[in-house]
Design a protein around this ligand. Structure first.
Ligand code: ATP
Ligand code: MG
Length: 433
């Protein structure tokens, strides 16, 4: 019986075919194959087609050396960009979009656990597949769509498992980033880590501290936005804690992290939102994000959202204008989304209040209500013309007027504002501070 079942499995494996190879990609494969250089589609595109998904891009691997690939494609009229000649990669610009073509290679030693010191090219596709990280990413197909699966990638896809190609300890020691990639794929595909891979990851996760932050960031974004993010971040919190010790359960930021995990997936899949949810209890949010390779814009936005965490939902136009005056409108809506997602499970009333606040803010914006200096119906020059002396008084009067307009105490009308300006000026002149 068992043998029969195994036979059937082998048969399906033999019959598996990759469909949907775009014509432009097939053309490049055909061209290189016709020149005697074996060329296959590899990695993510093969995995995604087996999952019946549309691949983000189609990566090719070839027996041709990078200069040969470049020459063959140029002869056929393609524009070719030598994107990573040292690592064997060139990019062909096809009418259907860019296609990356990388020479079959064996990665050399990774003395810094980050990047191979040297790559060695090979003519052997199987050896190229053997250097890849996980079984589900180590499959290839030729231009007829025939699958080459040497490491049980299809079996693991069916079982929903992330399993290292080869010995996990060795593979994670070679390149520590693979541990973050394992979690990224587990979260993105909603898969689990195969037992040995999981054990090895937990034992080796301290090595993640050696990985360059820019490499981490891309994988972390993928992990945070995956449909299984909450689950993976709960099961493997210790891995993230290597990079962010602030999130340890007994640290001040840890409580907020653990409380956010159950509702993380109620948020849209945007890294900034999910980071704000997880890190809002951390004291130095900006410093934590710098360690993970985030840019200034992301650091500033997450820090802003975290600093506003305790804000009660605004209920009147004036309260909305006050908040809008302190941040870009986009940040207001992000705050509203975060607070709704947080309140969703426990405090339905608070979630509803934030939903209402977002509606209010949309109307405030639609009506063009004033909450910034640039919306104010008087400018500095109007004040000067009305007799306000040049100097710091101009800015102080403008800010005082804006505050009253935001609070709804004054209409945003030139006449009324100038009248009030004259009154304010006497106060300012009497109390220069
Ligand atoms: P996605 O669709 O999310 O881009 P992908 O599988 O294409 O997924 P990439 O990061 O684009 O992932 O990498 C392309 C392929 O290169 C992978 O499928 C894998 O075979 C291989 N790969 C990438 N990074 C590594 C690594 N650090 N170690 C080993 N193999 C890797
Ligand atoms: Mg890819």
């Amino acid at each position: 019986m068992q043998q029969e079942a195994r036979g059937r499995q082998a048969e399906t494996a033999a019959k598996a075919r990759i469909t949907g190879i775009p014509a432009e990609v097939a053309r490049v494969m055909q061209l290189l194959n016709a020149a005697g250089k074996e060329t296959a589609a590899v990695g993510g595109c093969v995995r995604d087609r087996l999952l019946k998904k549309q691949p983000k891009d189609w990566d090719l691997a070839t027996a041709a050396r990078p200069e040969e690939t470049q020459a063959l494609l140029q002869q056929a009229g393609y524009r070719v960009i030598p994107t990573g000649i040292r690592y064997g990669t060139v990019t062909a610009l096809t009418p259907g979009g860019p296609v990356e073509i990388t020479t079959f290679r064996l990665d050399g030693a990774y003395s810094d656990a980050r990047r191979p010191d040297a790559v060695v090219f090979t003519g052997d596709l199987r050896r190229d597949l053997a250097r890849r990280d996980f079984t589900i990413n180590a499959m290839a197909c030729n231009m007829q769509g025939e699958l080459l699966d040497c490491f049980g990638g299809q079996r693991d896809l069916r079982a929903g498992l992330i399993r290292c190609v080869g010995e996990p300890d060795r593979r994670f020691a070679e390149d520590a980033l693979r541990m973050m990639r394992a979690l990224r794929f587990a979260a993105g595909l909603d898969f689990t880590l195969e037992a040995q891979t999981a054990r090895s990851l937990r034992q080796n996760c301290h090595r993640l501290a050696m990985v360059a932050p820019q490499r981490l960031r891309a994988e972390l974004d993928g992990l945070l936005c995956g449909k299984g993010a909450g689950r993976v971040l709960e099961q493997d919190a210790q891995v993230l804690c290597v990079l962010l010790p602030e999130l340890k359960e007994d640290a001040p930021g840890g409580r907020a992290y653990w409380q956010a995990l159950p509702w993380l997936n109620n948020l849209p899949p945007q890294p900034v939102l999910r980071l704000a949810a997880l890190l809002h209890g951390v004291q130095d949010v900006s410093g934590a994000l710098a360690r993970l390779g985030y840019d200034n814009a992301a650091k500033a936005r997450v820090a802003l959202l975290a600093s506003l965490w305790g804000t009660p939902p605004p209920q009147r136009d004036a309260e909305v204008r006050r908040l809008l005056g302190r941040m870009p409108p986009e940040a207001f809506f992000q705050l509203a989304l975060l607070k709704q997602a947080e309140a969703f499970s426990q405090q339905e009333k608070e979630a509803a209040a934030w939903r209402g606040a977002a509606d209010l803010a949309r109307r405030v914006l639609q009506e063009g209500q004033c909450f910034r200096l640039k919306d104010l119906a008087v400018k500095g020059e109007d004040l000067l013309a009305a007799g306000v002396p040049a100097g710091p008084a101009v800015g102080r009067v403008l800010h005082a007027l804006l505050k009253r307009v935001i609070e709804g105490e004054l209409p945003n009308e030139k006449h009324a504002l100038l009248q009030q300006a004259a009154r304010l000026l006497t106060i300012i002149e009497e109390r220069p501070d």
